[in-house]
Design a protein around this ligand. Structure first.
Ligand code: PLP
Length: 435
């Protein structure tokens, strides 16, 4: 459906789904089946040779999951999309697909802790080196760190947890000058707040566990591609090498760029990575994400309004030493928030509690309304001490480099009444600092 020039709010409810193709069901049906009947031997042959698009087996494609993929592709202006069983699966499968066979990924220390830990523990064992750069705010310097075997630049559009905003257009220019893609984890922002592809990103990732689904009831991931990146340059032979399984009607072997010129990246992710590593999203989980997506804009708008109100309260509180939220992160943060996040800077931020660690436990334990756990982007407000939880995999030195001092508290604001949330924070601060 992006299809007919519809606006975002129409697409989030209708894109990718035609009830006429599904017994006129108004709500997207959950296709709870492992496999799909071929119907005839001839059709089986066409399906297996990619001459007919259709479903074979739910590990590599399912109609409910397909609607989700098409819907998010429409929201992001992507040429192709693929769902995974989690945000981590989306990240790992993507980076292996791009750097397969060895190479380097250039990235920033400002990332989700699980991503950092996987970069440290997993990638080097598979021949993929990770280069951490402190120069993401200075693209000219960053460019000098690209090496001949660098395969991608990887960044979060709004970083977890300290809300650094990536200068997506500048990073895309740098990447493209070297023939490599810019990969953006857009989890915190969602396509409602920023569309990275419109600013030049080549691959966009989501943990759909967060704001996309929005209710803290599903683990899911998505990968989208712009369709504009040149995978034929020779730097990424995995996209141009030919496969027997991609042969044409005459038996000539073809490559992913031959058969899927508009979305070779996600086509290969599906045929190779989803197929063999098998981290497929279940139809029920896809259904939950679709349901959540229907209210994405409305939820995020209210969450942003709540967040701004709560930040105003915290900025004025005597026990709070700093607050990090894009428009508050210095001149650069303000400029990038104005450019990339004109509808609001999201519902996640961090702040420093004066007195540090000794005050943190009494504060967290005194909260009555906020949940204390590691998700974000839920309708329920959540709070966590990131250095000891979401980012506890980082050594003290790495936490320093990621600008995560021990007094950091990360907050994800939900849809409750903001005055109730403020009252809860207020009483917990008073209790924590009573003695
Ligand atoms: N990306 C970001 C920015 C995250 O915050 C997270 C999880 O917190 C992930 C990716 C991983 O997603 P998932 O938990 O769905 O695997």
């Amino acid at each position: 459906m992006s299809e007919d020039g519809y606006q975002f709010d129409t697409l989030k409810i209708r894109a990718g789904y035609n009830p006429k193709e599904h017994n006129h069901a108004v709500s997207v049906p959950i296709y709870q089946t492992a496999a799909f009947d071929f119907g005839s031997e001839k059709r089986a042959e066409r399906l297996f040779s990619y001459r007919e698009a259709g479903f074979l087996y739910s590990r590599i494609g399912n109609p409910t999951v397909d609607v989700l993929e098409k819907r998010v592709a429409a929201l992001d202006g992507a040429s192709g999309a693929i769902a995974f069983a989690s945000g981590m699966a989306a990240i790992t499968n993507t980076l292996f697909n791009v750097a397969e066979g060895g190479g380097r990924i250039l990235t920033s220390p400002f990332l989700y802790g699980g991503t950092v830990d996987s970069f440290k523990k997993l990638y080097p064992k598979f021949g993929i080196a990770i280069d951490w750069s402190d120069n993401f705010s200075d693209p000219e310097k960053l460019e000098k760190e690209i090496r001949s075997d660098t395969k991608a630049i990887y960044v979060e559009s709004i970083s977890n947890p300290n809300t650094e905003v990536a200068d997506i257009a500048a990073l895309a220019d740098v990447a493209h000058r070297h023939g490599i893609p810019l990969i953006v984890d857009n989890t915190f922002a969602t396509p409602y707040l920023v569309n990275p592809i419109a600013f030049g990103a080549d691959i966009v990732l989501y943990s759909a566990t967060k704001n996309l689904s929005g209710h803290g009831n599903v683990i899911a991931g998505l990968v989208l591609e712009s369709g504009k990146f040149n995978w034929r340059s020779g730097k990424f032979p995995q996209f141009t090498e030919t496969y027997y399984t991609l042969r044409d009607a005459a038996g000539k072997e073809r490559s992913f760029t031959d058969v899927f010129p508009e979305f070779p990246f996600t086509a290969r992710l599906r045929a190779v990575y989803l197929n063999f590593f098998g981290a497929a999203l279940s139809p029920f989980s896809a259904y939950l994400v679709l349901l959540g997506l229907e209210t994405l804009s409305e939820r995020v708008r209210k969450q942003v309004a709540n967040t701004e109100k709560i930040i105003e309260f915290l900025k004025g509180n005597e026990h709070v030493s700093w607050v990090k939220y894009p428009p508050l992160n210095g001149e650069r943060g303000k400029r990038l928030a104005a450019r990339y996040l004109p509808k609001g800077a999201g519902s996640i931020f961090s702040f420093g509690l004066k007195g540090g660690a000794p005050r943190i436990n009494p504060f967290l334990e005194s909260l009555k309304l906020f949940n204390f756990h590691v998700n974000v982007g839920d309708a329920k407000s959540l709070i966590v001490n990131s250095p000891k939880t979401t980012h506890s995999e980082l050594t003290p030195q790495e936490q320093g480099r990621a600008q995560l001092p021990p007094e950091t508290i990360r907050v994800s604001i939900g849809l409750e009444d903001p005055d109730d949330l403020i009252a809860d924070l207020k009483q917990a601060l008073t209790t924590a600092f009573a003695s």
